[in-house]
Design a protein around this ligand. Structure first.
Ligand code: HEC
Length: 111
């Protein structure tokens, strides 16, 4: 019974929170599709690429505002990283908002 009540509470909270979140930020569903390329590198915990000299930062659960500002910095060239600069250069403001909303939600276990 206790589990059932907890479940009902969680479901209620989700219903309550979802509209507020999708209004304030990008579109999580659109972001899921747009983030497909990113997951090749960012989707795996502790992933190391072919050059084991660097790790790929985890994006799931980061605040959307942080992800958007990092992407803008790459796009503007304020932050150095050839791959990320090239990728961020292809993203519009809306793409960044959507992708950031998706990654933030993914960290809450909504992936
Ligand atoms: C080829 C692998 C690769 C792909 C694909 C990739 N990234 Fe990255 N990303 C990296 C690496 C490596 C870094 C760390 C770069 C650095 O040190 O600045 C990074 C850094 C970032 C950061 C900064 C994270 C932080 O904590 O500072 C963000 C945000 C980000 N990527 C978003 C994206 C998004 C959005 C996409 C898809 C459009 C994407 N990345 C695709 C490899 C990748």
């Amino acid at each position: 019974m206790k589990a059932l009540r907890l479940f009902a509470l969680a479901a209620g909270l989700t219903l309550f929170l979802t509209p507020a979140l999708s209004m304030a930020q990008g579109d999580i569903e659109a972001g899921r599709a747009k983030a497909y390329t990113c997951l090749g590198c960012h989707g795996v915990d502790g992933y190391r690429n072919a050059y084991p000299s660097f790790r790929v930062p985890k994006l799931g659960g980061q605040h959307a505002a942080y992800i958007v500002s990092a992407l803008k910095a790459y796009k503007a060239g304020d932050r150095e990283h050839t791959t990320m600069q090239a990728l961020a250069g292809t993203l519009s403001e809306q793409d960044m908002q959507d992708i950031a909303a998706y990654f933030e939600a993914a960290g809450r276990g909504n992936q």
